[in-house]
Ligand binder design. Sequence first.
Ligand code: ADP
Ligand code: ADP
Ligand code: MG
Length: 663
Amino acid sequence: MSIEPSIINSILISNRGEIASRIIRTCRKMGIKSIAVFSDADRNAPFVEEADTAVYIGASPPKESYLDAAKIIATAQKMGADAIHPGYGFLSENAEFARQCAAAGIIFIGPNPEAIDNMGSKSKAKALMQAHEVPVVPGYQGADQSLEQLQQAAMDIGFPVLLKATAGGGGKGMRIVHQVEDIDTAIQAAQREAKSAFGDDELIVEKYIASGRHIEFQIFGDQHGNAIHLLERECTIQRRYQKVIEESPSPALNEVLRKEMGEAAVKAAKALDYDNAGTVEFIFDDQSQDFYFLEVNTRLQVEHPVTEAITGLDLVQMQIEVAQGMPLTIEQEEVKGKGYAIECRLYAEDAANDFLPVTGTIQRFQIPQVDGLRVDTGIRSGSEISIFYDPMIAKLIIWAASRQEAHRKMQYTLRHLLCLGTTTNQAFLLKVLENKDFQLGQYDTHFIKNKIDLEALQNDALKSAELASIAASVYGWQKRENNRQLLRSIPSGWRNSFYDYQQITFLYKEKEILVKYRYQQATFEFLLADKEEKYKVQLISATDQALQLEIDGIRHTFQFALDNGNYFIQHEQMGMIQLKEKPRFPDKGGDKLEGGYETPMPSQIVKVLVAEGQEVKSGDGLVILSSMKMENTIVAAEDGVVEAIYAEEGKNVEAGFLLLQLV
Ligand code: ADP
Ligand code: ADP
Ligand code: MG
């Protein structure tokens, strides 16, 4: 029997941001028409312009646009799309959506819906893999979910154990339990969390691999029963169980292990009749060198460019080809990894504040010229990082002949990339790259927590902030100088007494930096409060965007972006520093209200859980917030009565918004 390939001439991309742009690139290459869909927040996004056609599909909250399956399918039909590419996240792992596409005569570019279903539940997935002799983490994934049974399971496995929501994903809903005394409360809390996050309180219990590495294999299948793997990606560098840096090959594997794990991954693919791109995730025990199946992600992965870099393959093209019924054009023996690749995820997030996402407008985004650098991004200068979507700004991917060279070039990239306008993890990423253990490949999933000194990062930043304050002072001086119409010959800041110092106070986070300077004979003399040393500063050149200064004989270039009185200043060695000039007559900031609950970051108010006058106990949920894919419940810190509620469901509010008041 021959399978007639159905031909894909146009693809609707039911996603946004960098992955939409990425898919459009391959469509162009293949001569396929690309159709983007977009929400209000994405009206000005690059992917909307890049697509051959773009269709507005609704408001910014994902439920009203990128997650609205019916609207997306109707749009695909209206626009005559042959296929839908779901990207990652959103509808990509939704079997029902895949079925609806098929029913509407549209090809879903992804695996068959049964494979998605089978992997959607962690318990089903493990049972199936066990049946096919793929090693799974020792544990319990049964139907009996009684407290006694789960307790017993934990005791049989031995502590520490990991509780996971069967329906969980995205690193959410996991809990480590170290000792038997804690198991009851942990199970009950995990069940409650799972219920509220995933609508299902079923748990699995697993042995916790104390020193584990996350190593995953890219798999590919077609509709003719072929399945191969495209080597591994090392994704051990994580925070909140989510990846930030990925590389390949993994420094932990030798050829024997690679072969064994690759074969296990292909076994997993075959067990699922897998017929598109997927990823088999393993947890690798550094001590015993054992590896265990974690899950299969039934979609294109965020970090797929790492695999593309070392194999030279275009995974999106392969996805499109196999989705229209073509057999894989490459065999296992032909898959060869060449050189080394590493990806860093640049996020709008604050490493110093538990890596919480932040919003903002990217005033300037500029990529340095580095040999072997690929940047996948959904933004450009002027783009806004909104509360509605993932805070990822860009993926930086370096390919080089050796791991050392790739790391060196990545460091160079991180030092020279300009991303001004919001807090990012750029300096944090550089800190990881500079770490000796990281360079030696000796790390586990706790690396960030154990090995990256966030406090030192803070202290470095404070020192840099002082240097940045000098630059900001000169920048301001130069601006005033340019604007000055009268008295051209008298320098700005001129006082009756020529030798008087001018003073400016900058705010770096909450810290005040007092800067004094005077200008004479084309040289600034700077003093920083409480410091002895003086700095001799010469202005070499200035534009609106950059200053070149000579500070005590050494040349420095500072890049600038200004937003609402905030200075964003980038310097090759010190990274990005955000300063605010302190107003001379500060407004009296009201004292924080006692018993007041505020939003920790810009958020949408999902649900108000209490009413005015209601009594609450410490730990009770008050308000559910949603921001950048994270749901966050604000809980009462103590017993009390709700006095006033300012939170309104559905409203978007800034950080620091007073939600309600307890007495
Ligand atoms: P990948 O597994 O492809 O590397 P991630 O591990 O970052 O991607 O994320 C896994 C999935 O979870 C993706 O589909 C991604 O869109 C989604 N995701 C990423 N970050 C979050 C988050 N903070 N909360 C919920 N889901 C997330
Ligand atoms: P998700 O669906 O949220 O991605 P995973 O099962 O893939 O959940 O696990 C996410 C991360 O949690 C892994 O990358 C790993 O760091 C850690 N992890 C998962 N299971 C274990 C385990 N049994 N022991 C130790 N760490 C684990
Ligand atoms: Mg996972």
